[in-house]
Ligand binder design. Structure first.
Ligand SMILES: CC(=O)SCCNC(=O)CCNC(=O)[C@H](O)C(C)(C)COP(=O)(O)OP(=O)(O)OC[C@H]1O[C@@H](n2cnc3c(N)ncnc32)[C@H](O)[C@@H]1OP(=O)(O)O
Ligand SMILES: O=C([O-])CC(=O)C(=O)O
Length: 374
């Protein structure tokens, strides 16, 4: 019997195709969308502008942007049969599973009949995913059937208005808008690659996005923002956090929200969301979450030379906006659906079925053994 060495090196360092959408870590730390640096986008753009950029390769002018925002706004309503399905899902379901199911149901009700409809499907998902999530959330938790066609013309404002039942503060709206920009796109990460593999079979857009949601759900990928929150909130002081994380490292536990498959020195999204976390923490008079998070960041660097990825300071920033931890990774979906669908369109535009090979490490060729002789 050959020695079994299953699994693999995670395709690290191998190019699996080309993209015009994004560069990650090309000079060690950088991140660009269609040539624009993430720090400039996070400072000046809105999420809708970034989504438009990903779909069109160019920033919109003022007229194009207001037209695009109106278009997305028109996609916030949910069809009755989808609401009925969402009402069947219990409160203790994971909201990522709700979005996976909701996307799939929408694929039955509003099937993509041909690839000429792909932009409509992408925009419909951008408009409807926050509605699905919060319709289910309020119905399952309070029995309330919320109105989903509410809020200003931004996805960030729409989300926070549905969540809290009132217009958000300017800072909260902008922080979530920046967060959606940071999460929008990241080259051939696991969930986007899932979407592209599915697209390469010429499958429909809803199937590609449903698969991508399943892939993002895991704690080694998008699920890390809520896993980081679960860890951080165990500690009530910096001293407790330092002791606790040292213990976790001694037990060789993974510390969620740290490390990255591509970046080697830092994740450029971290400094941006960290600043927002600090600002929102100060506004609510926080004396624990932010200092504890910063202490863990320092400790991880001192002990392991591991840096925070995009997810770590998202945890405290979202918490300061009153967002329940279970909704953290679903917000990532509401943003990354822009990158996923842009990648599906790019894959379709120059497609060849994605089908790598495996190194066989199983048994040598052998003869069939009849059942009675085994
Ligand atoms: C938006 C996003 O998806 S960002 C990623 C979110 N995921 C997380 O935060 C989960 C925690 N992090 C991890 O599990 C990993 O860092 C990943 C999955 C992101 C990247 O995995 P890899 O590419 O395999 O990491 P890498 O090769 O850099 O690991 C190097 C070493 O550091 C260790 N390491 C990496 N991250 C961590 C961590 N967060 N905590 C503890 N040790 C870690 C690895 O175990 C490995 O140790 P080894 O050589 O003894 O096996
Ligand atoms: O690129 C990756 O592997 C994970 C990541 O940071 C992302 O998808 O945003």
């Amino acid at each position: 019997m050959a020695e079994k060495k299953l699994g693999g090196a995670g395709l690290r360092g191998q190019s699996a195709g080309s993209t015009a959408l994004c560069t990650v870590g090309q000079s060690g730390t950088g991140l660009t969308y269609c040539g624009y640096d993430i720090s400039e986008l996070a400072e000046h753009a809105t999420f809708e502008e970034v989504a438009y950029l990903l779909f069109n390769g160019e920033l919109p002018d003022a007229g194009e942007l207001s037209g695009y925002k109106e278009r997305l706004k028109a996609f916030r309503g949910l069809p009755e049969p989808l609401k009925i399905c969402l009402e069947q899902i219990p409160a203790d379901a994971h909201p990522m599973d709700v979005l996976r199911t909701g996307t799939s149901v929408l694929g039955n009700l509003e099937t993509e009949k041909n690839f000429g409809e792909q932009q409509d499907v992408a925009d419909r998902l951008l408009g409807a995913l926050p509605s699905m999530l919060l319709y289910w959330y309020h119905f399952s938790h309070n029995g309330e059937r919320i109105e989903t066609e509410v809020g200003d013309d931004s996805i960030a404002g729409h989300f926070l208005t549905m969540l809290h039942g009132k217009e958000p503060s300017a800072d909260h709206r902008r922080c979530l808008d920046v967060s959606l920009i940071l999460y929008a796109e990241h080259e051939f990460n696991a969930s986007t690659f899932t979407a592209r593999v599915c697209a390469s079979t010429l499958s429909d857009m809803h199937s590609c996005v449903t698969g991508a949601i399943g892939s993002l759900r895991g704690p080694l990928h998008g699920g890390a923002n809520e896993a980081a929150m679960d860890m951080i909130e165990q500690f009530s002081s910096v001293e407790e956090a330092v002791e606790g994380v040292k213990g976790m490292l001694a037990r060789k536990d993974k510390i969620m929200g740290f490390g990255h498959a591509i970046y080697r020195e830092s994740d450029p999204r971290n400094a941006i969301i960290k600043q927002w976390s600090k600002k929102l923490g100060a506004e609510v008079g926080d004396r624990v979450l932010y200092p504890v998070s910063e202490a863990i960041e320092q400790l991880m660097w001192d002990e392991k030379k591991l840096f925070c990825n995009a997810d770590f300071f998202h945890a405290s920033a979202y918490n300061f906006m009153g967002i329940p931890t279970k909704l953290f990774t679903p917000i990532f979906v509401c943003s990354r659906v822009s990158g996923w669908t842009a990648h599906v369109m790019e894959q379709r535009a120059n497609n060849r079925i994605i089908r790598p090979s495996a190194d066989y490490v199983g048994a040598e060729p052998r003869s069939w053994i009849p059942l009675e002789d085994r």
